[in-house]
Design a protein around this ligand. Structure first.
Ligand SMILES: O=C(O)CCC(=O)C(=O)O
Length: 379
């Protein structure tokens, strides 16, 4: 009988993990961010110059002039539906491995997320950002917690700000949710978010399972680490900007999680990744989702896979929207290089820390490229 390597997991019920004892009752507060004004509202005024707090000083080409790059495309049908020993499977697994090592980013096609869910979710997010300000204020961040509308990683009044608004929410496991925030979401958005969140978890766990195989890591170790993982969703809205060459939609950063899945809601380009020292623009491909390696996976893979710096630029004519879904290990686990890989590599390249401490430290910092990962590195 053909042996299939796909791991389309059954979604375990949230909170079922034994490692969650300590976190059963309370949603965890991972951090706060200073409250800043809405950029969407600012952009509605017909200004020709942006306020100094949004001028980031490094001039860069607006999205239409920047060099573009063809990011590797992984056909998930070959990984999830072809027999393990087949040529098609081995070829695609090798592509996944190479992209994860050399790009830290790839696009996935035939990902199995239904077109109708993607369309419905897109429509609801677009409506969400169109809500009147008095409605949005009910969902705005609070001083002691960064979930809601606003910006993340704002730690001082002097800090430069991004030309964007975002809505950030912890979605899984259920016991980590801020239920008051969830309940205030428009009902259809909430339903679509629930469905999307489950699909993103299924997809992330399935891709991580394939990566474990490609890395030569114990697949059980990978699935245990991520069976009841922490998921959060960040919806980004980048309004047109009168001075796109001096503003940034999202400052350069690598993601702190293990695996991010990015859904670009419209055709407007804006995502740039740092490739061989240069910023290159990734053109949205309508049938693909973008996947990138986060710092946690760089750590778990003992440095074999790379989390790569990326940023979003803006342009003067078009708004842009995207949704990033971040997937991280179960709460209560210790983060560090996979033991099965350390045994094979005979060396650990990163320190070990409890996962909740790792996140609290990450959100307490201003975003600064890959500096946080450097802090986790062992000499
Ligand atoms: O909007 C984009 O293309 C990038 C978004 C992103 O990097 C994020 O939400 O972490």
């Amino acid at each position: 009988m053909a042996k299939f390597c796909h791991m389309i997991p059954k979604i375990p019920s949230s909170g079922s993990s034994l490692s969650m004892e300590k976190h059963k009752e309370e949603p965890v507060n991972f951090g706060r961010s200073l409250i800043v004004p809405s950029v969407q509202e600012l952009a509605k005024q017909s200004i020709t110059k942006i306020p100094p707090r949004y001028v980031q000083h490094h001039h860069h080409p607006a999205s239409d002039d920047a060099p573009t790059a063809s990011m590797p495309v992984i056909d998930l049908h070959c990984l999830f539906a072809e027999p393990c020993g087949s040529l098609a499977y081995s070829f695609e697994l090798n592509k996944l491995h190479t992209a994860s090592k050399e790009w830290g980013f790839f696009q996935v096609i035939n990902h199995g997320i239904s077109e109708s869910l993607l369309e419905d979710f897109k429509r609801e997010i677009m409506n969400f950002f169109k809500l009147p300000m008095e409605e949005k204020l009910k969902l705005w961040q609070e001083e002691d917690n960064h979930e809601g509308f606003g910006q993340l990683f704002v730690v001082s009044e002097e800090q430069k700000l991004d030309w964007s608004d975002m809505f950030y929410i912890t979605t899984l496991p259920h016991n980590l949710r801020k239920s008051q925030l969830f309940q205030k979401l428009p009902i259809i958005l909430r339903e679509k978010l629930e469905a999307y969140s489950m699909e993103m978890k299924r997809l992330a766990v399935a891709i991580l399972g394939q990566m474990a195989k490609a890395l030569g890591m114990d697949t059980e170790e990978m699935s245990e680490l991520f069976q009841d993982g922490v998921q959060s969703v960040r919806m980004n809205y980048y309004p047109p900007c009168p001075q796109p060459e001096v503003a940034l939609g999202f400052s350069p950063h690598s993601d702190a999680d293990a695996l991010t899945i990015l859904y670009q809601l419209n055709e407007t380009a804006g995502l740039q990744i740092r490739k061989d020292g240069k910023w290159v623009t990734i053109k949205p491909r309508a049938d693909a989702l973008i996947v990138n390696i986060g710092d946690i996976l760089e750590i778990v893979s003992n440095g074999v896979y790379k989390s790569v710096e990326h940023r979003a630029i803006v342009n003067s004519n078009n708004e842009r929207m995207s949704v990033a879904t971040f997937y991280s290990p179960n709460m209560g686990t210790e983060l560090g290089p996979a033991r099965s890989l350390v045994a094979e590599h005979h060396v650990a390249h990163f320190r070990r820390v409890p996962i909740d401490e790792y996140f609290k430290e990450f959100f307490a910092r201003k975003l600064d490229g890959k500096s946080y990962l450097d802090f986790m590195k062992l000499e």
